[in-house]
Design a protein around this ligand. Structure first.
Ligand code: NDP
Ligand code: OXD
Length: 309
């Protein structure tokens, strides 16, 4: 009885080794090597090829090796009756908070513009903003959004968040549901998207939402490319309503070299690297769930199939 790892990057071996270090008794295979498919009970996935779960007839559950599960729900050929688990990990959350805070300071202190000025040999000091000048709005106050909110509060930022249900986090204003979205947006100078990608959140970063943000608002999307309507962002950057955007995630990854984001002066791009599952940090929970499954105990971090997150 064993685990198969299915992903299309070059990290299969490091996941295998990390699992082996924690649980040498559990056989673990790459989906690309010869292995006993009928013995596989858990598929540990990251952006697997659509349909690649089909040969595994004895799977007990499907595990995402990241926080997101959108790529699993998008596989219409997956065994739909199986539970799906995901990663909730302190290091993943801390890494995300560090990345977003770096982007916020980069924006407040104009560092990206100075890099562009340096490339053009221009000496152009401009005014900067301070922590107290902006209110940060976080779309999504889940495992990552909550950690970010708490960290921002420690820095002294005015912080608010929007989620499905009301949250109670010290010094963080909580807005919930569609009816409270307009008030949340109209007071968010820097908007950070940390929502899961679901049928309800796809395309949420669109012209209607941008129009509700204050003049000169700044967008940080570290969730999924599918949240953003690319053309609407460009229109709102070009008409001056938004002052800029930092994007870590894209509809297509890697982004096509012809995409206008590459050349846009107000867009700072990073290659989906805001926070990356660390094998040594995450594998213990993968193994814990495997052992729970073997003992018929409830799995941890199971997502709600009706909600898609
Ligand atoms: P969680 O599931 O823990 O949190 C999701 C949050 O979004 C919850 O607060 C939830 O509300 C809220 N939410 C979901 N749907 C809606 C909706 N329709 N309206 C309002 N609020 C909604 O997710 P995580 O925090 O763990 O991760 C968030 C996402 O970050 C991942 O799904 C992934 O896409 C992305 N990610 C990106 C990474 C990167 O490197 N760029 C790395 C890791 C993750 P409620 O709590 O009330 O249910
Ligand atoms: C994740 C990611 O979902 O890295 O964990 O995007």
């Amino acid at each position: 009885m064993s685990i198969v790892i299915i992903r299309q990057d070059d990290k299969i071996e490091s996941w295998k080794q990390a699992i082996h270090r924690v649980a040498p008794d559990i056989p673990v295979y790459s989906y690309l090597e010869t292995h006993p498919r009928d013995a596989i009970e858990v598929a540990l996935l990251w952006k697997h090829p659509i349909g690649s779960l089909e040969p595994y007839k004895n799977l007990k559950y499907i595990a995402s090796s990241g926080a997101g599960v959108d790529f699993i729900f998008e596989d219409e050929q997956r065994p739909k009756e199986l539970p799906i688990t995901r990663v909730i990990d302190n290091l993943l959350a801390a890494d995300m908070s560090e990345h977003v805070i770096a982007l916020i300071f980069n924006y407040l202190k104009n560092l990206d513009s100075y890099r562009q000025d340096q490339n053009g040999k221009r000496w152009q000091p401009t005014s900067y903003q301070r922590i107290g000048d902006v209110k940060i709005g976080i779309l999504g106050l889940g495992a990552l959004g909550k950690n970010l909110a708490e960290t921002l509060v420690k820095f002294g930022f005015q912080t608010q968040g929007w989620s499905n249900s009301t949250k109670y986090i010290d010094n963080v204003n909580s807005f919930a549901g569609a009816s409270e979205l307009p008030n949340f947006l109209s007071s968010s100078n820097i908007l950070v998207c940390l929502l899961p990608l679901t049928s309800l959140t796809r395309g949420i970063l669109n012209q209607s939402l941008f129009a509700q943000l204050p003049q000169d608002a700044y967008l940080i999307n570290v969730a999924r490319g599918g949240h953003l309507v690319d053309a609407d962002l460009i229109a709102f950057l070009d008409n001056g309503h938004l002052s800029g955007a930092s994007l870590d995630v894209f509809h297509e990854e890697p982004l096509a070299s012809t995409h206008p984001f590459w050349e846009h002066k107000k867009i700072l791009m990073t290659p989906h690297c805001a926070s990356v599952s660390d094998t040594d940090s995450v594998v213990p929970q993968v193994i814990e769930n495997y052992r729970r499954m073997k003992k018929d105990e409830a799995l941890r971090h199971v997502v709600a199939p009706d909600k898609g997150y």
